[in-house]
Design a protein around this ligand. Structure first.
Ligand SMILES: [Zn+2]
Length: 79
């Protein structure tokens, strides 16, 4: 029997630059690095956004080989 221990990894937070909706009734915001436009508008209410910053979990670059794909293709030797 294998006992699985749940490991809760605490993601460190860092002050992250964001765009925040200027509409008081809207809490829309996005990470600045995810904004493709120089001055994005809010996705929720289309209001202009202003730069701000907030503490957010650090983004881990998962573009690498996060998934270990196990493809074991044996080199078949015909014959
Ligand atoms: Zn908004």
């Amino acid at each position: 029997m294998f006992s699985r221990k749940k490991q809760i990894e605490e993601v460190p937070e860092q002050l992250t630059a964001i765009w925040q909706c200027t509409n008081d009734e809207c809490n829309g915001w996005m990470r600045e690095e995810f904004a493709f436009e120089a001055e994005p508008t809010c996705r929720q209410c289309a209001s202009p956004m202003q730069r701000n910053s907030r503490m957010l979990p650090m983004l881990v670059n998962t573009s690498g080989d996060q998934r270990a794909i196990k493809l074991s293709i044996p080199n078949g030797n015909p014959g």
